[in-house]
Design a protein around this ligand. Sequence first.
Ligand SMILES: [Zn+2]
Length: 249
Amino acid sequence: MKIDQVSDSVYVVAGTNVNWALVSDGSGVTVIDAGYPADSADVLDSVTQIGHQLADIAAVLITHAHLDHIGGVPALVERAGMPVYTGAEEVRHAKREYLQQISPVGMIKQLPTRRGRRWLAHTMRAIYGHIGMTLPTAATGEPATLAALPGGLVAIPSPGHTTGHTAYFMPADGVLFSGDALVTGHPLVEHTGPQVLPTVFNHDEARTRTTAADLAAQPVRLLVPGHGEPLRVEGDALADGLRRAGVSR
Ligand SMILES: [Zn+2]
């Protein structure tokens, strides 16, 4: 785990090939995403390492219910009993009323490359024993509730990677927590900078691309993605970077 303080109130934590974020306003913490199941202990540790107790966590926000973003939630809820919020549609995904994730065939297709084999080995280790996990307490994050959390957040529906994918924007500082709707890198990809994830991960590729372009049009000053490094943004740098990666409206 690597903790990177990127603003007065925002910490980005790099776990197993995935990021989660902590927003601290002094009195409390909002946790955004929660790593793989194998990152659970690090998710708890990251909160104490920035000087908070688990009881300070006001809520956990989930961008989408993939195993690399929800893994630490059961440990957090068990220890501190905080609410878990995501978008209304993603609540259904979090309860596994349906499942939109990379297929076993999609995973096996990564075996021919060295990057793919390394990613697959990390992934299998990070999800081992927890493939069937769900988030039974997930609820819809209503606008007034999210606005009152540390960070004062706004949910942005960002369909494509999953139908209910939800990004979170912190208007006060222009911070966009983009989850997997807009990333800056991935172990399967050599290129870094604004991009969408490889097609194999996206439930709806066309919507993933239009959503990424829409997010890039927001007044973002700091991008905190689910995968890759956080990125300071000036002017149209996000849209320009995406265009260079072949993504535009
Ligand atoms: Zn992810």
